[in-house]
Design a protein around this ligand. Sequence first.
Ligand SMILES: [Zn+2]
Length: 188
Amino acid sequence: MHCPFCQHVDTRVIDSRVSDDGVTIRRRRECEACGERFSTLETIELKLPVIIKGDGRREQFDARKLRVSFDRALQKRPVAEEQIEASVRAVVHQLRMTTEREIASLRVGEFVMAELRRLDHVGYVRFASVYRSFEDVADFRDELDRLERELPDEGQLPLLQDRMPAEKKTPEPQLGRSGQRSTGSKDK
Ligand SMILES: [Zn+2]
């Protein structure tokens, strides 16, 4: 770090202290050239991931939109303002904790549902009924399936599956081993 007094290119750290909240480090520095002392503050940078919408568009995370989702679900419900704010903060915190740079809006929805389930069951059902319909996602999936058929070697398509919600896979018809065994056994 350059000295702010003489612009010398090198300064020496003579003391480091972590702030009480644990997110800031204060460093006392001394210039080797002019001997002046000064302090620097380092703050941990926690970036929020970019949101991937259902149609694949990217969007900067907006806490106000998150708040609107809570407000809609909890309209006329007996939930205190502070509780809603705490839930919004909890979701933002979870987003910060993901180390990913991008996150599917559906996963944000999962965080919201977990909070609503705790806060208010009516609000939870309201949100889940909209969220679980997956209409736009189903459309997106159809489009992906179409693309996969047309471009079987398109390398990035499998990555898109990560954005899909956990799906209940239809089990393959169980006509294999058990079926053979029952037809093959003769009890008479
Ligand atoms: Zn200096």
